[in-house]
Every structure is written in C-alpha cells, then in structure tokens.
Design a protein around this ligand. Structure first.
Ligand SMILES: [Zn+2]
Ligand SMILES: [Zn+2]
Length: 140
C-alpha cells in the first residue's frame, strides 16, 4: 500500500511507500494551535519512505517532550505537512489532513490528553496517554 497527498493549494505533494509505524491523535497545546483548536491526527512513516515535491517552509521549537520538533508546512497556503523530532530523524510524522482520501488510516492512540480542552471529545476506544507515549519500535 502506498499513500499520496497534497497541501490545500497543491504546491506541495507527497508520495509515501510503506505503512505507518504508528498513528496518533495529539492533544498537546502546540498541535492544537496548528490544527485550529482540536487535536492533530498524524501517521509516522519511515523517513526514507516519504517523497516530497514542492518547497516547504519550517520552524523548530522545543516540545513538551523536551525534544526539538521541526514543523514543515506549505509556504503558500500554510497547510501543515509533517513534523520531525530531533530524537527520531528516522521518522516523519505526516498530518492526516495532507493525505489524499480515502487513506483508510485512523488514530491508534490519543496522546497528551492532559492538554485536551474541556469540550474535547476523546474516543474512549483509543489507547490514551496523559503525556508523551513511548516511542514506536524501529521497524528494521
Ligand atoms: Zn499549499
Ligand atoms: Zn502534539
């Protein structure tokens, strides 16, 4: 299976080989800033599996986990495309919103639920972590 994707304006496109190593719904404050208030839904793929076409802009910050996160987004329309953690350069965390539908992916877990707002609806069927979950296993 492989995945394709694009930003809202179409300047950035994605082609992904392989399956994600993890899918997550993140309620941390920084993700909610970028996602318009609700959680960010992400799929972590192996960096080597992700091909990107088009210029992306980025900024970095120290996340609540203590790792430096770099967020990559389309400079034309602002769509968040992916994030990369200093602790795990072997993975790229792709936003569900940037993937073409239907992609068939769902979050496997909800993380940083401590930061969820009162009105946040967290699916009770999801595995939940109050803060940072353990890292995904290396697939190779
Ligand atoms: Zn764009
Ligand atoms: Zn987050």
């Amino acid at each position: 299976m492989s995945y394709t994707g694009a930003c809202a304006c179409g300047q950035v496109t994605l082609a992904i080989a392989g399956e994600p190593v993890a899918t997550r719904q993140c309620w941390c404050r920084q993700c909610r800033r970028m996602a318009g208030g609700g959680p960010a839904n992400n799929a972590m793929f192996q960096t080597d599996d992700v091909a990107l076409d088009g210029e992306v802009a980025s900024y970095s910050y120290v996340a609540a986990s203590g790792n430096t996160l770099t967020q990559f987004f389309c400079p034309g329309c602002g769509t968040p495309i992916y994030a990369q953690s200093s602790a795990r350069p072997q993975f790229r965390t792709i936003r569900f919103g940037a993937l073409d539908e239907p992609h068939g992916l769902k979050p496997q877990m909800a993380i940083w639920t401590d930061d969820a707002p009162d009105w946040g609806q967290i699916d009770p069927a999801l595995e939940q972590f109050a803060q940072q979950p353990p890292p995904p296993p290396n697939p190779n």
